[in-house]
Design a protein around this ligand. Structure first.
Ligand code: AMP
Ligand code: MG
Length: 414
């Protein structure tokens, strides 16, 4: 157990070192369960899945048109003898000189080897005139073209996306074995915190962090353990109880060095403090460690710090623990249309607004005031502007690294 008050502990740990220490302290949870595909979004695959059959399972048309056996490189004509619709195939083989009407996704009849787009033929009663530039295989989707029978569809580590659900459904897979869900709990600490719906007394504020965390943790169905006041004994008891029941416990507030900040002390008493303070802004006071098997994150109290430390440390830790593997956020460089102020010493995650212009160019601008208590700028922002420890600010027009919150951007007002 480390002494949280030692001079070494008082030094600020660089963000990358903190990330490394977290990842090397974690192992994916054991255990799996079989669930329906419908409930598998964001769950982590526990075993490789192979295609039970070819996809597509039969030759079919990729266009609305006419199917026939073609004559290469010269115009030809065929007699229209029937139709094949999606789900209603033409059941006979084509005989020489015949063609059928066919629609996208409909099964190709035996002996047909191409589909002519309907725009490319002329129909005269029951005679169809085909132009002279045909090749066998044209406008046909072949069996197994997407996935061949027995081919690997997905393998761990893999957190299932909407696209994965579609892929598995296309193969007829209706149940999947996934890792057991993580058990996560979070709570707020602070005597000043007031529940929504209650009037605010003097010096009191609403507890916003629990709302932020329940949103950030939505895919994990985490337990909200409420608010615990700044009383060391009741806070310790609450943390001990939760640590026995959850894989991950996240607290906000009380992680700093104020008289009523007990989190790091309690963690040192009942578990192991891995680190406590990091060279990051916002988010310096972050206590990380273990209480028995429970992974503990004592996040700062300031709302912007909660969000930044969650994104940078908790999110990748949850990916690792849940079995989804080691992940890293999407980051890239864009020009910044505002000058940014920064003092050297800590890596900063300034809140920015990323814009995609009509010519495809991306730029970022500051989302406004950067104080760790300023929630409005975080809400307005759609990305972090990530500034290195030694950066001393940037000029307007400089390249900066951004990390989007999500993949869709609000359109800029014209
Ligand atoms: P602390 O780390 O407890 O000293 O809190 C730092 C700052 O964050 C203080 O201004 C607290 O009032 C504020 N704070 C702590 N917890 C919350 C919360 N759950 N919601 C909103 N603000 C909070
Ligand atoms: Mg507090």
């Amino acid at each position: 157990m480390s002494d949280v008050c030692s001079p070494v502990s008082r030094q600020l740990l660089p963000v990358e070192d903190a990330l490394h220490r977290i990842s090397s302290s974690l192992e994916p949870v054991h255990g799996s369960e079989q669930i329906t595909l419908k409930s598998a979004l964001h769950r982590v695959l526990a075993e490789p899945l192979h295609a039970p059959a070819d996809i597509p399972g039969f030759s079919n048309a990729s266009m609305d048109g006419y199917a026939c056996r073609c004559e290469k490189d010269q115009p030809f004509q065929r007699r229209l003898v029937g139709a094949s619709l999606a789900g209603h195939p033409y059941r006979k083989d084509l005989r020489p000189g015949e063609c059928i009407r066919i629609f996208t996704g409909a099964m190709l009849p035996g002996e047909a080897d191409c589909v002519a787009m309907q725009e490319h033929v002329e129909v005269d009663g029951d005679i169809v005139h085909f132009p002279g530039n045909f090749q066998p295989g044209q406008n046909i989707r072949l069996p197994g073209e997407d996935i061949a029978r027995g081919q690997l569809l997905l393998q761990p580590p893999k957190k299932l996306s909407a696209m994965d659900l579609g892929l598995l459904a296309s193969a007829g897979i209706c149940h999947v074995r996934v890792k057991r869900p993580l058990k996560i709990a979070f709570l707020s600490t602070g005597d000043e915190l007031t529940a929504l719906g209650q009037p605010l007394g003097p010096g009191r504020i609403y507890d916003s962090n629990r709302y932020t965390l329940s949103g950030l943790l939505a895919e994990y169905a985490a337990a909200d353990l409420g608010v615990v006041g700044d009383d060391k004994d009741s806070l310790r008891q609450c943390i001990v109880d939760a640590a026995g029941n959850y894989d991950v416990l996240i607290t906000t507030g009380g992680a700093s060095v104020g008289d009523a900040d007990y989190i790091a002390e309690i963690l040192g008493e009942i578990g192991q403090v891995d680190f406590w303070k990091i060279a990051m802004k916002p988010g310096k006071p972050l206590a990380y460690g273990k209480i028995g098997q429970c992974c503990f994150f004592g996040l700062p109290g300031n709302p912007a710090s909660v969000i930044a430390t969650f994104h940078q440390f908790v999110a990748p830790a949850l990916d690792l623990l849940s079995g989804a593997g080691k992940t890293r956020p999407l980051r890239f460089k864009v020009r910044c249309s505002s000058a940014l102020q920064k003092a050297p010493g800590r890596q900063e995650f300034q809140r920015g607004i990323l814009t995609r212009h009509d010519d495809g160019e991306l730029t970022v601008t500051s989302a406004g005031k950067q104080g760790s208590h300023i929630l409005s700028a975080v809400s307005r922002a759609n990305c972090y502007i990530v500034l290195a420890d030694d950066c001393t600010g940037t000029e307007k027009g400089e390249w900066v690294v951004v990390e989007p919150f999500s993949t869709r951007l609000q359109e800029a007002e014209k």
